[in-house]
Design a protein around this ligand. Structure first.
Ligand code: PGA
Length: 227
């Protein structure tokens, strides 16, 4: 109705998303932003811990993340795969191998995201579940910093495949073929189940559902086979 339309023409939508989503923010927001040009959209892009703070304070209605916290009353909707892959510099000797074992990889220096990062948490959980100890040599506060450090030969890292773009080699990077990898995780959109959603938030969720239900469930974006 007219009132509802007004809410979408002049309203405001506050979201938070973890940093790794910055590689597909146009996919996430584009169609919705174009459809409602009068709507003001504020998207905070921070690591997992900071996004959880926003949800806990209630200063965003929706958040996009890989690992929703279990200590907040949240609804969650998984909408896209988020494979975590091991990256090395182009030309690294291990890049020739087709079935590496984790035990071979952990001889190399490990670069990781900062504490508070969901990527780091998911990776640490995976290594622990495999019974593997691979202490971090360097912790860096952004995916891009890690990519540059790996390309420069400072070590290897596990990052979301979304960070690599369609042509990792052009950035000096290669995805290693390790048995058991990628770590298969999902992106979720989450919202507080103890609060009601505004019209802009409900409309955004509906748009996201429509957009990503058109995607086959097995889709991994972007997809590139190493080698
Ligand atoms: P992050 O993103 O590593 O930037 O926190 C991943 C996540 O938490 O989903």
């Amino acid at each position: 109705d007219a009132l509802a339309m007004q809410g979408l023409q002049k309203g405001r939508l506050k979201l938070a998303a973890v940093t790794t989503t910055e590689y597909f923010i146009p996919d996430l927001l584009g169609p919705f932003a174009r459809q409602y040009p009068g709507l003001r959209i504020d998207l905070a892009v921070e690591n997992r811990d900071a996004v959880i703070q926003h949800l806990a304070r209630g200063d965003v209605e929706l958040a996009v993340m890989m690992l929703p916290p279990t200590d907040l009353a949240l609804e969650r909707w998984p909408f896209l795969e988020n494979p975590l892959v091991l990256i090395a510099p182009v030309g690294h000797p291990l890049a020739q191998r087709t079935r590496l074992r984790l035990s071979q990889v952990i001889q190399e220096a490990r670069l990781t995201r900062e504490p508070g990062s969901g990527t780091r948490q998911a990776t640490d959980q995976y290594l622990a579940a495999q019974g593997v100890s691979w202490p971090a040599r360097l912790a860096l506060g952004s995916n891009e910093a890690i990519k540059h450090a790996v390309a420069a030969g400072l070590g290897l890292a596990i990052l979301s495949r979304h960070t690599l773009g369609p042509d990792p080699a052009s950035q000096g990077l290669v995805e290693l073929k390790v048995t058991g990898l990628p770590i298969r995780r999902m992106w979720h959109v989450v919202w507080r189940s103890d609060r009601s959603l505004s019209l802009p938030a409900r409309t955004f969720l509906a748009a996201l559902r429509q957009q990503f239900s058109e995607t086959p469930p097995g889709r991994e974006v972007p997809r590139h086979e190493p080698g």
